[in-house]
Design a protein around this ligand. Structure first.
Ligand code: GLN
Length: 533
């Protein structure tokens, strides 16, 4: 029978609840339990796929093609699981489903209300995921802050769920912040007490408190929190700011958080195998070298917009005892040749990530040209691959005016064009080529060597593709199409074999990298950069 752990937050947003939920997941996995994480997002969008990365950060794509919250990336990376559509629930998806049922007449004349219809739908999403994955533990994080109007139906659904699950089958973990007042030299517990009171006013008494803090929490303050918030002392867990997010599971383990959780859920504790994770953290904390990697994109002001790319680079660094120093480059600034050279002259590797729309494209083309001409290790992701093909077509093949029809409908040479199945698609949400598709790599190619196999499966999120009318002309000029869809119709990977590492993919490898298992394409990039240090 699945046991449930609900994770809420209070005092402020951006507490890192996602990392805490993922870390607890890791600790349970390390004990041999099966775990899944689920994220409930209170916004009205059906999924984050239509939101600007500036608003919401990265859109994380799952194997089954769901466009989800970036916390799913943390969950997958920490617990080394593969999640899907059922793991991210939004108010929008819940309401649209209920309204569809109402229009169909499924409610047989009833007045459709938040309680019970919306809350029942939320509970059925919890049960749906349990049914599919049959995990020992299901960790469910509620986005936002307790007290927000938007999250109320979710909080009410948890209250009901906990009561129905019965004692020892579901607990809730509340995450808060302890502000530090430098004038009095104190950590303040009052906001946490208030936040727990808000949660109680909705009928939920948390079993565990996780307190974010910049300083160690003195014993007296822990006792105060335990007393006022009615939780056992050992259930007040400190979560201090750390250099690396991957240290968090170990910090929670030293406070026996998983054991406290297991006791409360009446499951006998098991020995945790965290040896590899400890080794990983050792490597993270003691890098022997630094690799400076430029990420040239348009959402560079918000690093969350590229969070899986950044994590994948770090993973490849860990495998090499290297730390990654990211140089954020706004691709618009690279439209000027001189500025572009200036910005790139001190970097060891270049990544051009995915994106949409014309802004900054000419700058990205300049960045790629620089990497190609100066043999700087380069990795292009989705839009980054499309730009690499455009750059090669223009500057090597000689197709002046080559472009993607995304940026110029009347391009002289539309070397990147809308996919056939996209031609009649008008709606924006969930309509791209999404999720896992197979790809066959060319024997002996850099990509095949990096993967160590020729048949791979990777996640996609795009509408445009390489226009096959130009495939021959471009490959005759030296660009190798080293990965194709199994039917040979879609270009998936390109490379320039003569350069140290010039590889780009139509898919998004960044969604499948793990801290202990760096993705082959990112590892290839960082290996090549390190060889040249
Ligand atoms: N805009 C491009 C497309 O739709 C690339 C998408 C991406 O980078 N995810 O094909």
């Amino acid at each position: 029978m699945t046991k449930y752990i609900f994770i809420t937050g209070g005092v402020v947003s951006s507490l890192g609840k996602g990392i805490i939920a993922a870390s607890l997941g890791r600790l349970l996995r390390a004990r041999g339990f099966s775990v899944i994480n689920q994220k409930f997002d209170p916004y009205i969008n059906v999924d984050p796929g239509t939101m600007s990365p500036f608003q919401h950060g990265e859109v994380f794509v799952t194997d089954d093609g769901a466009e989800t919250d970036l916390d799913l990336g943390h969950y997958e990376r920490f617990t080394d699981t593969s999640l899907g559509k059922l793991n991210n629930v939004t108010s929008g998806s819940v309401y649209s489903h209920v309204i569809k049922k109402e229009r169909r007449g499924d409610y047989l004349g009833a007045t459709v209300q938040v309680i019970p219809h919306i809350t029942n739908e939320i509970k059925s999403r919890i049960n749906g995921a349990s049914k599919q994955f049959k995990p020992d533990f299901q960790l469910i994080e509620i986005g936002g802050t307790v007290g927000d109007i938007e999250s109320l139906p979710f909080v009410e659904a948890i209250r009901q769920f906990k009561a129905e699950a019965g004692i020892g089958n579901a607990i809730s973990v509340h995450c808060t912040l302890l502000p530090y007042l430098p004038t009095s030299g104190e950590l303040k517990t009052k906001p946490s007490q208030h936040s727990v009171n808000v949660l109680r006013s909705y009928g939920i008494q948390p079993e565990i408190l996780v307190c974010r803090t910049t300083k160690p929490i003195p014993k007296t303050e822990k006792e105060k929190l335990a007393l006022f918030c009615s939780v056992p002392k050992e259930a007040v867990i400190e979560c201090r700011d750390m250099k690396s997010i991957y240290e968090v599971p170990l910090a929670l383990e030293t406070q026996n958080m998983a054991k406290v959780v297991l006791d409360m859920l009446r499951v006998p504790d098991r020995k945790a195998d965290l040896k590899d994770w400890e080794k990983l953290v050792e490597r993270i904390k003691n890098p022997k070298k630094v690799v400076r990697v430029a990420i040239a994109g348009k959402y560079t002001k918000l690093s969350d917009a590229y969070i899986s790319v950044v994590e994948s680079l770090k993973h490849a660094g860990y495998a090499n005892d290297a730390s990654i120093d990211i140089k954020w480059i706004n691709s618009e600034e690279c439209i000027d040749d001189k500025k572009c050279k200036e910005l790139l002259k001190d970097v060891h590797a270049v990544v051009v990530p995915g994106g949409f729309g014309i802004r900054g494209i000419e700058g990205k083309l300049n960045v790629i040209k620089y990497a190609r001409e100066n043999n700087v290790p380069f990795l292009g992701l989705c839009l980054g691959m499309q730009c690499a093909v455009i750059e090669y077509a223009r500057n090597v093949v000689g197709l002046k005016g080559a472009n993607s029809s995304e940026f110029d409908e009347h391009a002289a040479y539309p070397v990147i064009d809308l996919m056939l199945e996209q031609k009649n698609v008008n709606a924006y949400g969930g309509t791209m080529r999404l999720g896992a598709y197979e790809c066959i790599l060319k024997k002996g190619s850099k990509a095949a060597k990096a993967y160590g196999k020729e048949k791979i499966s990777e996640r996609h999120r795009h509408r445009y593709e390489v226009n096959n009318e130009y495939l021959k002309q471009i490959s005759d000029a030296g660009l190798v199409f080293s990965g194709m869809s199994p039917d040979g119709m879609l270009a998936e990977v390109i490379e320039l074999p003569k350069l140290d590492w010039f590889v780009a993919s139509q898919f998004h490898p960044e969604f499948k990298s793990r801290p202990e298992k760096p993705h082959p394409l990112f590892k290839g990039l960082i290996d090549a950069a390190i060889k040249k240090l």
